[in-house]
Write a protein that binds this ligand. Sequence first.
Ligand code: MOS
Length: 732
Amino acid sequence: MNPSPLGGDISRVDGRAKTTGVARYSADYMEPGLVHAVLVSATIGLGRIIAMEVDAAQRAPGVLAVYTPFAPVRLQPVAAGALGENYRPLQDREVRFFGQAIGVVVADSFEHARDAAAMIAADYQSRTPRTSLADAGRGVSIATPDSGNKTVLEPGVASIDAALRDSEVTIETTVTQPAQHAAAMEPHASVAVWRDNGLVLYAGTQFPARAIAGITGALGLKPAQLRIISSYVGGGFGSRVLPWSDVVLGAAVARELNRPVKLILNRAQVFSVVGHRSAVRQRVRLGARADGTLTAVSHESDAEAPAVGGWPLRAAAETTAALYRTPNLHVDQRHVVLDTPPTWAMRAPNEAPGAFAIETAMDELAVATGVDPMELRLRNYATTLPGTNRRWTSKRLDECYRVGADRFGWEGRRPTPATNRDGRWLIGTGMATAIYPAAGRSGNAVSVRFRDDGTVLASTGVVDIGTGAATALAIVVADAAGLPMDRVVTEVGDTILPSGPGAVGSRATGSMAPTARAATRAAIDNLIRAASRNPGSPLTGSVAPISYAAGILRAGNERLGFADLLRTLRMSEINAVQTNEDTISPQFAAHGFGAHFCEVRVNSLTGETRVSRFTTVVDVGRVINAKAARSQVVGGVIFGIGHALLEADPIEPSGRLAAANLADYVVPVNADVPFVDAVCLDGDDPDFSDVGARGVGELGTVGSAAAIGNAVFNATGIRVRDLPIHPEMLLR
Ligand code: MOS
């Protein structure tokens, strides 16, 4: 038997291609006759274009075409109720946000297109955009049926306010965070090639099915007329779930000109054309008994919701509403309409902001009651989804707390703030909970082929956005086939393949793994059938039953490798395709869980915060690839460092994003990141799926910012409620 790779420390199947530069990203694709398109961006925040000066651009060297609202390329209107942007660029003269595309220049080289685009000037009739969440005040409650807004009250309790008023201890905390960006390393880019009345698009996407719907809708195509190839993607983080207007414009221009078109956004355009995470203000109120037992929990949020559409941020739906046992619960998630660039899902879009709010409030409650923060969470541990009797498929959050506390050395922590000093450095520790929904599995299909060269080819259209999806696929198939990893080959990232799950919501691996296992088993059944029934098979007519293990078919004392069988039968392959639309039984809830423990050092002279130690323990059911899973958790903690200490894009009154570049939009670099002790509990979750893997993904970034903020409070005695925590806030 070959040792199974399932749960092992497995290096990426595409690691060599990436590190040697063989891997091709969207902008790396070349085509004969390819031309280059560059977008022209609006320089006001709201208003109407009166005129555009394009003559110089049109006469500039190498320019083939200039499109503007006055000479547009035609696009279909947005379907009613579509998620994402609700307008099409260039179809009218309105400017809806600063940086909106108002023109496309096409030229024979990128440099010619860029230079000509810079010659275009627009005259505007400007209006004052609404850009400030703070000025806008209270938003409008989300009214969709799946909003998660709810009030659950104990019998006899009149309102959440009454429940809070009658509590022995109450905490009220309001936290804010600014607009934040996915800031994926690969800028958004596409190459559009029209051929045979159809479109081949090289573009990074996370969710092929949604991308096909979005692009065919904009271009008036049937789904079968579009193929999207996303072989390698330099980071998604939500920003590539939907195609943005650059992709649609590039493809439309390519059709008009009948030439392949490459369109790469410059870095500033990535910040405005691609949706950002909403700025959000959240108020959490907790009521508790003197021993910290929760009696009432209220979480309200007001999130930036641009007039152009975007992600409907719901901060509490999968955090506060799912986390702690409480008899009284109130969730009101509201939206504030602003004239800002589109918002979108980004790195645990709802849960990272939501967890910062509830986990900061829980720390404040720990301080107010004198209960240790971890003990407080254990005291309020939920064994059913709050307000329901639904149990989890599996929940080992209590073990995450205990294992994490032990590894970190939580015991013996000094609860009194600002009492632990090492020279100029104030040292503090904090902790927080991680939670991320796992309930929704994404429908998908996987094909598995046993081939006459002795390899197995596993194919699905999932896009590997850097998380290791292709490697996870290979691991599950190698495990089910009893073969070593080097005999499994994967094909992903192409809509021509069996339809893959969305690489969104931390669910690609969890959705795909049971399908891949079932497809492998079905292909093995087909091998056995061919071996027993096909007249050319050496095993046909064997009285002993035929079995398969580790690539070998056996009947009594006879053994035959599957490649030998295929060659004898003159078949190149035997395959099976499985489709899986399963969801878990509605009696269950399913989440990933985790516990973060953090130590910070705050410089008492400069206010600088350094994260010095971090331990995160997660419970995700079955771990498919221990190495990649730890990597995901470490990445999530790094996101948390950005969220807590660095990442902000202030929106100026004009609507301009003040930090639309990677110098001013500060993300953590190696020097900001300590060793992160990331641990995945080894487990299974048979009520979740046959493989029992719930997925890892975004879990690590949920709560990590709160653990840092709580540690900063413990170090300094200063509670910073407005992110990011800047040095000047700690110099009071
Ligand atoms: Mo993610 S923000 O669900 O791509």
